[in-house]
Design a protein around this ligand. Structure first.
Ligand code: SF4
Length: 398
């Protein structure tokens, strides 16, 4: 597995696989080959929902809109991955200089060889079970395993991640009016936060949690600065849970960063052993993973044992199994934004449940990750970020 820095990427929304990834591929291609014109062909899910996700704008921003032609082929799925793009560099006479095919595999990651394990692997252990055994043998916590494997600057990096997450919550609470795009969706975070102030404590905490998750998800939907956790579409869950817990329980920065490290490792395990790409396994891989990350990290913050952290993360993912990806009009708005709020609430429920237990349970985290992958591959393509099935099929612009 690679560094958890690749799970927590600082960037701009609305989509890590459809905006950040293609933008990075275009950047890489341009650095190799300066040309007078480019042709870019989008395949599969990238083409199906690319308009709503602003894929074309992300590519044109890098290559130059005036010299880039984009072709859309939603009906063609390349065998290696559903998110594929081919970049052609052309001479002034239209002849081909060179061509590259990239795959956007989720969370902003790109590769030309999907399926091949990355050479930048820094983690020797690739399952939660092995990591728990390491914790038991050494008498250490999960975050300490991260600390031992990452470069020394990891804490500084996570400090930067936490700062951007907090700012995204604040920005989202500060912005009102409507989100960009034809759905004309109203921002809700600010009004939910205001309503929370007049509620009794019992309801106030839950409403604030919703407001924080909506705030970040709305920032993402409007192209604001966020951190993938693990993707753009699911970027509101982890910050909402952390922001609420820091506010109420005053956890110090060091403990917050340690919990972020554990969240990153949970996301990393899911990406390595299954997928965090909605186009590959549906929303269970995005929102389900975000919930698992937040649940495990919150459990650690409250003094949970590694076994309880594993249990919370397992529940966060298990209870999202089968969740489809069907964004209306291909925009990361409906159902994505609300899903962040509900997953944040579920993460705190999983934390409570795990802390009531001794951490012993029947279905392991590793088993659920395996099942999530199988389930994702069994879900028809209609429900994997193609915008053709489910909610996307029924809903029209208002
Ligand atoms: S439905 Fe889920 S997986 Fe699909 S774009 Fe929205 S957040 Fe991402």
């Amino acid at each position: 597995m690679e560094s958890i820095k690749t799970i927590f990427k600082i960037g701009y929304g609305p989509s890590s696989s459809h905006t950040m990834g293609p933008g990075r591929a275009a950047q890489h291609f341009k650095e190799q080959t300066e040309a007078s014109a480019y042709e870019v062909t989008l395949y599969g899910s990238l083409a199906a929902t690319g308009k709503g996700h602003l894929t074309d704008e992300a590519i044109e921003r890098v290559l130059g809109a005036e010299r880039t032609t984009i072709h859309w082929h939603p009906e063609i799925f390349l065998q290696q991955h559903p998110n594929a793009l081919r970049l052609d560099a052309l001479n002034p006479d239209g002849s081909l200089i060179t061509s590259e095919t990239w795959y956007s595999t989720g969370g902003g990651e790109i590769t030309m060889t999907p399926g091949r394990k990355n050479v930048n692997s820094i983690y020797g252990l690739h399952t939660m079970n092995d990591i728990l055994q390491w914790c038991q043998k050494k008498g250490k916590n999960i975050w300490e395993y991260v600390g031992e494997r990452e470069d020394a600057d990891i804490w500084q990096y996570l400090d930067g991640v936490w700062a951007v997450m907090k700012q995204a919550v604040k920005n989202g609470l500060d912005h009102e009016s409507r989100l960009p795009g034809p759905l004309n969706v109203a921002r809700k975070a600010s009004s939910y936060f205001t309503k929370a102030q007049s509620q009794s404590t019992q309801y106030q905490i839950r409403t604030q949690l919703f407001a924080y998750a909506l705030a970040v998800a709305e920032e993402n939907a409007s192209g604001g600065k966020i951190v993938t956790a693990p993707t753009c579409g699911s970027c509101g869950v982890v910050p909402a849970v952390f922001y609420l817990l820091e506010d109420i329980h005053h956890f110090n920065k060091k403990r917050i960063l340690h919990a972020l490290a554990t969240a990153g490792l949970i996301g990393n395990l899911i990406r390595f052993n299954a997928s965090i790409s909605g186009a590959e396994v549906g929303c269970q891989g995005e929102i389900g993973t975000a919930c698992a990350m937040a649940a495990g990290a919150a459990t650690q913050l409250f003094g949970g044992t590694p076994a309880q952290v594993e249990y919370a993360a397992e529940m966060g993912l298990e209870h999202h199994l089968g969740l489809t990806c069907d964004p209306v009009m291909g925009l990361v708005q409906i159902p994505c934004i609300e899903r962040n709020a509900f997953a944040a609430a579920r993460a705190l429920d999983a934390k409570e449940y795990a802390l009531l237990s001794d951490g012993i349970h029947r279905v392991s985290f590793d088993r659920v990750v395996e099942v999530m992958k199988e389930t994702g591959h069994d879900i028809p393509a209609l429900y994997r970020e193609t915008g053709l099935g489910g909610l996307a099929k029924k809903q029209k612009p208002s």
